[in-house]
Ligand binder design. Structure first.
Ligand code: C2E
Ligand code: MG
Ligand code: MG
Length: 272
């Protein structure tokens, strides 16, 4: 029995490793063939219920037509360094797909997820400046999201983030509360918005010890003069409670799932 179990584990591990190697190996081709697709999840003002922007989220359209989620290839791209090329691609795609639309709607913004290596060097700021000039879009309309775990070299990150802010970009701290942040560290970070992780939104209304974390984060954000975006809102009660606690914005399936650029334009168009 133990031998059979060991054999099953070995076979499973073999296929997992093989799949990972094959995904990692075909990423450059996917980039060239434009098989990586950007989707946009609308972000809403919780008080007015109007869409104020969107988060760019990556998908990989595989040969069989299925869309592969970012969790299957972003971590690998981060460890191989391919993530730089991916970040640049996402930024460029956002402007190719929505540049005109953003120019027509100067109040809308799109936020882009950055990886640890993106915030350790000044590359992304230079590219953003060049593309924004080319597409005549304001820097305030492109925001950048960094995770706490992505801030491996806090000193280097502080410099890069400060520069991005000086250029007019907003900085959002993603998945807030899941990393190792301390209040002291947060105070020093050049940031504008805290994004409350979905796990704390899920916990609302339950007895779990974490059910009180979201209100704490909101109060802390207020102390630090940061705005709040709550992630993963699926129920009306969550949206109402978070707004009541002082969270300004939210995103989640209650409002919309990640959309194509066209669907996003239509959704904003329907708002009038
Ligand atoms: P994230 O930045 O925290 O993005 C939010 C994730 O929550 C997205 O998953 C989104 O689809 C999902 N989500 C939003 N609302 C709901 C909801 O109401 N219910 C549920 N169940 N899920 C919701 P997704 O698209 O699978 O992305 C996962 C992570 O992959 C992202 O987390 C982000 O860290 C990373 N990622 C995605 N695109 C990129 C990218 O272009 N570059 C980098 N570096 N990372 C990316
Ligand atoms: Mg994000
Ligand atoms: Mg998040």
């Amino acid at each position: 029995m133990a031998l059979l179990l060991a054999l099953l584990v070995a076979v499973w591990t073999f296929f997992q490793v093989r799949q990972r190697l094959s995904i990692g190996g075909s990423l450059p081709g996917a980039l060239r063939r434009r098989a990586l697709r950007v989707r946009y999840q609308p972000i809403y003002d919780l008080a007015t219920r109007r869409c104020v922007g969107a988060e760019a989220l990556l998908r990989w359209r595989r040969a069989d037509g299925k869309l592969l989620g970012p969790d299957h290839f972003i971590p690998m791209a981060e460890s191989s360094g391919q993530i730089r090329e991916i970040t640049d691609y996402v930024l460029e795609q956002v402007l190719v797909q929505l540049g005109d639309f953003l120019r027509e709607h100067p109040d809308l913004y799109v936020s882009i997820n950055l990886a640890a290596c993106d915030v350790a060097e000044s590359r992304i700021g230079a590219l953003a400046t060049r593309l924004l000039l080319q597409y005549r879009v304001g820097a305030g309309q492109i925001a950048f999201e960094v995770t706490e775990t992505g801030l491996t070299d806090v000193q280097a990150a502080k410099g890069v983030l400060a520069q991005l802010r000086e250029s007019g970009h907003r900085i959002l701290i993603d998945d807030f509360g899941t990393g190792y942040s301390s209040l002291a560290y947060l105070q020093e970070l050049p940031a504008d918005v805290l994004k409350i992780d979905k796990s704390f939104v899920d916990a609302l209304g339950h007895d779990a010890a974490s059910s009180g974390v979201a209100p704490h984060i909101i109060h802390m954000a207020h102390e630090l003069r940061l705005k709040v975006v709550a992630e993963g809102i699926e129920h009306e009660a969550q949206a109402l409670f978070l707004a009541e606690q002082g969270a300004q914005c939210g995103q989640g399936w209650l409002f919309a799932k990640p959309l194509t650029a066209r669907q996003f334009r239509q959704l904003v168009g329907r708002q009038g």
